[in-house]
Design a protein around this ligand. Structure first.
Ligand code: PMP
Length: 427
């Protein structure tokens, strides 16, 4: 008998958490699900505040991967044998988990990719090939990650199209009045991040979508930094495309999603050739598979899709609203404490910050601050955060970034604040 220890919705670490959640969000209990949080670095307890780059994994996600490799592993879709069918069932059940998680209408709208970057590259190729011609315009915002700039630049170079930029205020908010003026009959697509990975700005993407749709223009939302922190709803946002990564939301590396409205994905050509994206092949002509397989060439990472669905089960059991409340409370606490530090400059909007705080202290170089915090066991990110145009807009080279996850605590914020003060005293 094949020993698959759990299916969808039966993640082993969930029942304990659910019980705790019914009382309150018990962060210390949640932390026990993440073995890595118990380790030390340089003899100090690890304070992991680099969640914007990647999150740690709960035990159930790692166990789901090990379990599938040990007990189920077989290539999906193509096999008639038992294991292949079981692996296929898990992979396709994972697609349904993702659909439900983002409230898409159909599993045909869920394309598995390697992550946000690949999702955007896929779209830039497919959309560019079929929908963009010379002189057309693609709109991006001033606060995009390189992954939502460079694929569009490459496509513009191929097609002779032009990139336009929605400006932002000094506080890091999109200038919607300027955005409205950018749209015209040449605009083919608007690409905007849901949450800035540097500033923590939560963009009004619903409004961005509504304005674009009034002009008949579709919108891609980069959800890499929103999906880990609050519930997203494709039918409510009404965006045409949405990209996110598994590893930033407690799932494994190497898996992500491109959501696209079915009516759009139906119209777009495939990105890569081979494998499951094919219906029939002859040397004269090839016909392509139906959605979503049309966009999934080669063997998909069916182990990672199952583990991503396990991560979705995990955060769903904790409650996305509970996670949001916990992180918001923590971010507000951190902002209040950090503001009191002499020479502190925090970037981004004063209100409505998501769980990301980018800062500088006096003229201490971000790399010095990051390196010295690391010696205290505090993991933060330093540099331009893959958003060089945004750095240029702010007139800086880089920042230190603390980004919070569902397992971070007030005590960890206190360690960070004390750490920053200690480093500041050294300069
Ligand atoms: N967009 C944003 C807003 C991000 O924060 C990131 C990751 N830092 C990406 C895109 C790229 O994600 P990935 O490396 O997982 O493809």
């Amino acid at each position: 008998m094949i020993n698959v220890r759990w299916g969808r919705g039966q993640c082993p670490c969930v029942p304990d958490v659910v019980t705790a959640m019914q009382m309150m969000y018990d962060v210390n209990r949640v932390r026990k699900d993440f073995p890595i949080l118990a380790r030390q670095v340089y003899g100090k307890p690890l304070v992991y505040l680099d969640n914007g780059a990647t999150t740690q994994k709960p035990r159930c996600v790692v166990e789901a991967m090990v379990d599938e490799y040990y007990n189920v592993n077989a290539n999906v879709h193509r096999g008639v044998h038992f294991l292949s069918q079981q692996a296929t069932d898990l992979h396709e059940a994972s697609r349904e988990s993702v659909r439900k998680f983002i409230n898409a209408r159909s599993v045909n709208e869920i394309i598995f990719t390697r992550g946000t970057t690949e999702s955007i590259n896929l779209l830039a190729f497919s959309f560019g090939e079929s929908m963009v011609k010379e002189g057309d315009e693609i709109v991006v915002s001033a606060m995009e990650h390189h992954s939502n700039i460079v694929p569009w630049q490459m496509m513009c170079a191929r097609k002779g199209a032009v990139l336009k930029v929605i400006p932002m205020t000094d506080d890091g908010e999109l200038q919607i009045d300027e955005y409205v003026k950018l749209l015209n009959e040449k605009t083919r697509l608007v690409c905007c991040t849901h949450v800035s990975n540097v500033l923590g700005t939560v963009n009004p993407v619903k409004e961005v979508v509504r304005i674009a749709h009034e002009q008949g223009v579709p919108v891609l939302v980069d959800g890499a930094q929103s999906t880990p922190h609050f519930a997203v709803d494709m039918q409510d946002l009404d965006c045409d495309f949405f990209a996110f990564s598994g590893h930033k939301m407690y799932g494994p590396t190497g898996i992500g999603v491109l959501y696209g409205k079915e009516e759009w994905l139906d119209k777009l050509p495939p990105y890569q050739g081979g494998g499951e994206m094919i219906k029939n092949v002859s040397f004269e002509q090839t016909t392509y598979n139906e959605l979503p397989y049309k966009f999934e060439a080669g063997t998909p990472d069916y182990i990672a899709s199952h583990a991503l669905a396990t991560a979705i089960d995990y955060v769903t059991a904790l409650g996305m609203d509970n996670i949001f409340r916990h992180e918001q409370e923590l971010t507000r606490y951190a902002m209040d404490c950090m503001k009191e530090i002499e020479g502190m400059r925090i970037f981004g909007p004063v209100e409505g910050h998501d769980a990301v705080i980018s800062f500088q202290v006096g003229d201490i170089h971000h790399l010095d601050m990051g390196t010295l915090l690391d010696r205290l066991g505090i993991a933060v990110r330093t540099g331009h955060h893959c958003a060089e145009p945004l750095m240029r807009r702010l007139g800086i080279e880089g920042t230190v970034r603390a980004s919070f996850g569902l397992y971070n605590t007030r005590e960890e914020v206190d360690v960070l604040v004390e750490g920053i003060k200690r480093v500041a005293q050294m300069f």
